[in-house]
Design a protein around this ligand. Structure first.
Ligand code: PEP
Length: 257
């Protein structure tokens, strides 16, 4: 089955109201009419509403970088799935390595968020990936399998239709050191095999797996050419209209093959 390429930016804590608006305005212009590739960005929570309003009328999808699993209450500084939707955003990124390794989020916590986000009707991007020491110790597959099985515990085959997996080797995030196309393909194929074991071959075949980790206009073509690489999750290169446009244009070219 043909999976639609999905290119998503992760703005992290890098944009302002003004720079985010300029990015969306620029991308609306360069990406107008593109519908063979899905694209969008995970933006700072305080700019969700403004970004969704700026993106209105375009194919640019807006998502949150995190959420909490409770619907409301005394959870200072957290935001709920309903709040994300209230802002006009449609998706949420969960399990990013910075959430796991800087903020100590566990597989179990991430799983509660995945389940709540799905129940709230949000599109979920679940990020997984191994640390450099885990790769060096030959634990890449085991780490990815654990993060997948625990992160997706309790998720149904039907719900998988609104989940994208982002494979992001932690050693490649923000470092300029990108996984080789072979390394990416090997990990993506393994991820897909675990999805097949969990949900069946049809669901595994339909699930998109993005690559993330220093993807840029110079390496995107070879990464997207891999059979199990279905898009990208991009930090640094999503902050410049020219670079992000080049990534999506590469997706359009790959989709046309
Ligand atoms: C990321 O933040 O998920 C990421 C992949 O960042 P970068 O593209 O900058 O490596």
């Amino acid at each position: 089955m043909a999976r639609k390429i999905f290119i998503a930016g992760n703005w992290k804590m890098n944009t302002t109201l003004e720079s985010g608006a300029a990015l969306v305005a620029g991308l609306k212009e360069t990406l107008a009419g593109i519908d063979t590739v899905e694209f969008g960005a995970f933006v700072p929570a305080c700019y969700l509403g403004a970004t969704a309003a700026n993106a209105a009328g375009s194919n640019f999808q807006v998502g949150a970088q995190n959420m909490y699993f409770e619907p409301k209450g005394a959870f200072t500084a957290e935001i709920s799935g309903d709040m994300i939707k209230d802002c006009g955003a449609t998706m949420v990124l969960l399990g990013h390595s910075e959430r796991r390794h800087i903020f100590g989020e566990t597989d179990e916590l991430i799983n509660t968020k995945v389940q709540k986000a799905l129940a709230d009707g949000l599109q979920v991007i679940l990020a997984i990936g191994e640390l450099l020491e885990e790769r060096k110790a030959g634990e890449t597959n085991a780490v990815n399998e654990r993060q997948l099985r625990k992160g997706l515990a309790g998720v149904t085959a039907e719900q998988m239709a609104t989940i994208t997996i982002a494979y992001e080797p932690v050693w490649a995030i923000g470092t300029g050191e990108v996984a080789t196309p072979d390394q990416a393909q090997e990990a993506h194929a393994y991820v897909r095999s675990i999805l097949a074991d969990m949900f069946g071959a049809e669901v595994a075949d339909a699930t998109r797996i993005q690559y993330g980790g220093s993807m840029n206009p110079g390496n995107v073509e070879n990464l997207l050419a891999q059979p199990d690489v279905d898009g990208g999750l991009i930090g640094g290169a999503s902050l410049k209209v020219e670079d992000f446009t080049a990534l999506i244009t590469a997706g359009v070219a790959e989709a046309a093959k």
